[in-house]
Design a protein around this ligand. Structure first.
Ligand SMILES: [Zn+2]
Length: 226
């Protein structure tokens, strides 16, 4: 893989053939959509939306997670990008895109092991552990592969609830200025399931959020006692 050759080819072919487009593009960006996706190299927003440069503002991290407003956030890079997209770029859509065969979600299922091996990844992914716990508790008989698919889907929809903990998101959602949706992209079949904020998973998300709040309150109490 010769990366240098690839960028030379970009300049010679893509740029030269579309020079007017790029000359105009340099003036400003007016993306219509904020795409919050997994870092996974197979989840490519421009390909999925058949979009060109300047259309999609992106935040990508392992397992497409948005930290909740009320929880201690040591990773403000995610929220700062969302804040900028909503407040300054005034995007019309926020899409959280989960996907099949997600290594991040698979790691959530074995979090204790990952915490030792990959401490940063483990800490990051622990933000979604309550979803995995909920699935184990509610569907004890379910096969592990189905639990993983459910986690991939629920984790994407959960992030819509996490986004709504920020005033700059929920106020625009309430007035209809902002559309929130979660996607589940099945890589092998190319199909995408679309879930609204108020989806079939709403009741489950509410339960997960309540158990998460209890856990956070418990942690706060314990840290005060210590
Ligand atoms: Zn992933």
């Amino acid at each position: 893989m010769d990366l240098k050759k690839r960028i030379e080819k970009f300049k010679e072919l893509e740029y030269e053939f579309n020079k007017d487009f790029y000359m105009k593009l340099k003036e400003e960006q007016t993306p219509h959509t904020l795409f919050i996706g997994c870092s996974d190299s197979r989840v490519d927003a421009e390909t999925l939306f058949q979009a060109t440069a300047g259309e999609i503002f992106q935040v990508r991290n392992i397992a497409n997670i948005v930290p909740r407003e009320e929880e201690p956030d040591t990773h403000p890079s995610v929220v700062s990008a969302i804040e900028y997209a909503v407040e300054i770029l005034q995007v019309k859509n926020i899409i959280v895109c989960g996907h099949s065969n997600c290594g991040g979600c698979a790691a959530i299922r074995k979090l204790e092991m990952y915490k030792e091996k990959l401490p940063y990844t483990g800490e990051w992914l622990s933000q979604s552990i309550s979803i995995s716990d909920y699935i184990d508790y509610t569907y004890p008989e379910m096969k592990e592969e189905d639990k993983l698919i459910m986690l991939e889907k629920l984790n994407a929809v959960q992030q819509l609830d996490n986004l709504m903990t920020y005033n700059f998101v929920n106020q625009k959602f309430a007035t209809g200025e902002l559309n929130l949706q979660a996607y589940y992209y099945d890589i092998g079949t190319g199909s995408i399931s679309v879930y609204d904020y108020d989806s079939v998973f709403s009741d489950m998300i509410q339960e997960i959020t309540s158990s998460r709040k209890l856990f956070i309150d418990q942690e706060k109490k314990e840290s005060l006692l210590n």
